[in-house]
Design a protein around this ligand. Structure first.
Ligand code: 26Q
Length: 817
């Protein structure tokens, strides 16, 4: 098990494709003849056949971990944006040649089969995709690692653009049986709540004083490591109340009642949108506790199967909490250790802290979760008691450390004593764990200095930085086979599992024939993307243009509006000067806005109208286009990122914790136009600032500028800025409703432009011009693209996971260098 053989990256050799299993599944599961099978039938049969190959390895991975008595890492996350499984598993099992031959033998169109699989939207964006990349890397590195999440029946909404506006459609990704999941009813767990509740016309109504019980049903998904010898597990919990133990209920072992099944199921019905300023939804509170309660019950049960001694818990178990969303784990683990295991407080506290670690992903203070004490009183009275005790002991310590400083006590307290008392979940996470990490250097620095200065001063040894990473297997090998082949021909295929591998590309930046190969691969990827876009949305793109892409959630701080403003400026320049020769550009946007986030939705509408206006303008449309790619998710990213020439990473400095799309674009040879924010700073350090297009205020400059910042100064002193805002305000982009985009102008000029768009607009336009000039020199452009790919090694999730393994978890993997 897990022995690496020397014939190539990963371990075992390629997996042959299981024809006989496929035939069997078609006949036995679907009862159709091969000729009569639908594409969906075929997809399911292919997936099941591959799962049959995976199944014994999945079991033997688990067995090997058990035999080794290995310490396990558990990743608790409300989101796992795993992407489609079939193509990924074919890649990681190295079954690609067998798969191609299989499709030829059976007369199947591989793309049509792969397209049958829904892309599970079990996350909003970066935080959820990071969780999925971490699982991929843990399995590839042979690290005993399990993901725990929720099996939302509806993932993030499907985005449709109608008349330029975002329309949200439900995502019923489980409408058909999912061949990748295995239900494990025998391992379901009970979750006990202090009160009961019911759904009344979609609103949660509490029934006080009647404790209740939910059941968590686990569904396991295989996580195939590259090479196919390690198969780890992602365990997703679904809430039900069916088939609780009625014998025990009737014996009176339960104080309380089961929640009615329909209501119980609402707990894992939908994923909440990432609207970082909206808080206080009771169902989200229940979801978070439900994830934690199910997962900890499971972790403890697994631990107890082989361990008699509770004191060994931190030697066998490392639990990573993905943001405040999972910090209910602190009181819940204490409850288990004190109430169920019967340990005294000090021992339980020591074990809890040594087992838990917490990752923060945000610098927006309004996004740090706080939950009303009232809800704890109702649903989780025992956990609240525990939180009070934790807080009391912690504050006693603070007072010993800084006598007389009651203001400090107020600031660091886990309980916020405002009109409505609330539990500060970030404080709970920091106090109750041994490690707190930010996700890029600048982020960790700001976390310590700006967001949590007091706690960082109290626990300096707990704070550390681990820069995010992305899976080069999904985002390069799988998504961009043309470029992957070019790289492999040049330097061998070690880069697939060995992050050092990319480095040896750097000298090839000077090799004109290698540059030609890379340029050709980019052109191929563009054609593939353009063809896909036309087929799926009907939108046409000219392949002989710069593809300039901003793909990410819509958020004011990410400044899609800044991108739109410079497009308006460019539009005006082109209109006024028909002779102006600039490299032709297609500006691509992709991303969803939380359904309640009106400004973000208005920005989406503006971008679409801007695109439509330009497309109607004969003097401009051959030189500039704006295209909105709908329904951004993992599958869309796999098409869009390989095709892009420019990666837009233009957040207000000091707001993007890390960013991860920046890394995916870099790996695919796009050049970054960006601010010095998040991990972009580290990317620039690795490849040299001169190989990116950096612009704008730095985070410290943002802080200095803000107090005296007057956006109107830019309006009054910069003619192009003024003309652009006037044009938007005039109703030019929405003649039938001239006031439509007025609120965007107000945001910038009247309401203070909180994200400093206008402060950065000039320098943004300048670097964009510089990028355009460089693009005209294809050799120079491709040289830089290669240097960026060569610098991508450190931004692999393999590196990130190895750092977590060594610095936080204390686990090892059979494939760790
Ligand atoms: C919270 C409470 C209630 C409802 C929803 C939420 C919620 C959901 C999702 C809050 C935040 C999120 C998502 C955050 C996120 O994706 N953060 C990103 O994490 C990436 C991985 O570390 C970073 O690269 C990005 O910089 C960061 O924005």
């Amino acid at each position: 098990m897990n022995e690496r053989n020397q014939s190539g990256p990963g371990s075992s050799e390629a997996t042959p494709f299981p024809d006989a299993l496929y035939d069997g599944h078609l006949t036995l599961d679907h009862v159709v003849s091969p000729g009569g099978a639908s594409s969906r039938d075929r997809y399911e049969a292919v997936a099941r056949a591959l799962r049959d190959v995976v199944a014994p390895r999945w079991l033997s991975t688990e067995r090997a971990y058990q035999e080794r008595g290995a310490k396990q890492a558990y990743y608790l996350s409300m989101e796992f944006l795993i992407g489609r499984a079939l193509a990924n598993n074919i890649t990681n099992l190295r079954a690609e040649p067998g798969w191609a031959a299989f499709c030829r033998r059976h007369g199947l169109d591989p793309l049509e089969i792969l397209d049958q699989e829904p892309d599970p939207g079990l996350g909003n964006g970066g935080l959820g995709r990071l969780a999925a990349c971490m699982l991929d890397s843990m399995a590839t590195l042979g690290i005993p690692g399990t993901g725990y999440g929720l099996r939302y029946r509806e993932g993030v909404f499907r985005q449709v653009i109608k008349d330029g506006e975002q329309v949200e459609r439900p995502d019923h990704w489980l409408a058909r049986p999912d061949p990748w999941e295995v239900a494990r009813p025998a391992e379901s767990v009970e979750v006990h709540l202090g009160c009961s509740f019911e759904m009344d016309k979609g609103v949660l109504r509490l029934i006080h004083g009647r404790p209740s019980i939910l059941k968590g049903m686990p569904y396991d998904r295989p996580i195939v490591g590259f090479g196919g010898s390690t198969i780890n597990t992602l365990r997703l919990w679904a809430a039900t109340s069916e088939a609780l133990d009625f014998v025990r209920i009737s014996r009176g072992d339960f104080v309380g009642a089961q929640v009615d099944p329909i209501t119980a199921e609402t707990v894992t019905l939908v994923l909440y949108p990432d609207d970082r300023s909206v808080r206080g939804r009771a169902l989200r509170f229940l979801q978070e506790y439900f994830l934690v309660a199910c997962s900890l019950a499971d972790i403890v049960r697994r631990f107890r199967r082989t361990q008699g001694d509770w004191l060994a818990l931190p030697d066998k178990v490392a639990i990573q909490l993905n943001d405040t969303h999972a910090t209910f784990a602190v009181p819940e683990l204490m409850r288990i250790l004190v109430d169920e295991a019967g340990l005294d407080w000090e021992a339980a506290w020591d074990l809890t802290r040594r087992s838990l670690a917490f990752t923060n992903h945000t610098l927006l203070t309004e996004a740090l979760e706080r939950w009303p004490v009232r809800w704890f009183e109702l649903f989780l009275p025992r956990q609240l008691e525990i939180i009070y005790e934790i807080n009391q002991r912690f504050l006693d310590e603070v007072r010993r450390h800084s006598p007389g400083d009651e203001a400090l006590v107020d600031r660091v307290s886990i309980i916020e004593e405002k009109s409505e008392r609330q539990v500060r979940m970030a404080h709970l996470g920091i106090v109750g764990s041994h490690s707190v990490n930010g996700v890029a250097e600048v982020h960790t620095g700001l976390l310590k200095s700006r967001v949590m200065p007091d706690l960082a001063a109290l626990f300096p040894e707990r704070f550390q930085s681990i820069t995010n990473g992305v899976s080069q297997r999904r985002f390069l090998l799988l998504a961009n086979p043309g470029l992957a082949a070019v790289i492999t021909r040049a330097i061998g295929d070690q880069w697939i599992v060995n992050l050092q591998g990319f480095g040896s590309l750097a000298p090839l930046a000077g090799d004109s024939s290698f540059r030609a190969d890379v340029a050709r691969a980019k052109q191929q990827a563009k054609l593939r993307f353009i063809d896909w876009l036309r087929r799926t949305t009907g939108q046409q793109i000219d392949p002989d243009t710069i593809l300039d892409t901003q793909a990410k959630r819509f958020h004011e701080y990410k400044r899609q509006l800044l991108n739109a403003l410079r497009i308006v400026i460019l539009y005006q320049r082109l209109r006024e000067n028909p002779e102006l020769q600039l490299p032709r550009r297609t500006c691509l946007f992709a991303g969803k806005a939380a359904s309640g986030y009106q400004v973000a939705k208005l920005i989406i509408q503006f971008i679409n109208r801007l695109g439509a206006t330009i497309a109607r303008e004969p003097s401009v449309r051959d030189r500039l286009a704006v295209v909105f790619v709908p329904d951004y998710g993992v599958s869309v990213a796999e098409h869009l990122i390989p095709a892009s020439d420019i990666s837009e990473q233009i957040s207000t400095a000091g707001f993007e914790a890390s960013g991860t799309s920046n890394m995916k674009f870099m790996m695919n040879g796009a050049l970054t136009v960006g601010t010095r924010d998040g991990a972009t700073i580290e990317m620039a350090r690795v490849v040299g600032e001169e190989n990116l297009f950096l612009f704008g205020l730095t985070a410290p400059q943002v802080d200095e500028t803000r107090p005296a910042y007057d956006p109107r100064w830019h309006y009054e002193n910069e003619p192009e800025t003024r003309a652009a805002l006037d044009l938007i305000g005039s109703g030019h982009f929405s003649p039938e409703d001239p006031g439509l985009f007025g609120p965007l102008v107000d945001l910038l000029l009247r309401d203070g432009d909180y994200y400093l768009h206008l402060a950065d607009l000039r320098s943004y336009c300048e670097v964009q011009e510089e990028a355009g000039r460089l693009y005209a020199d294809q050799a120079a452009w491709t040289r830089r693209a290669i240097l960026n790919i060569a610098g991508a090694g450190p931004f692999s999730s393999d590196r990130a996971v190895m750092e977590y393994a060594r610095r936080i978890w204390g686990v090892t993997g059979s494939g760790m260098a």
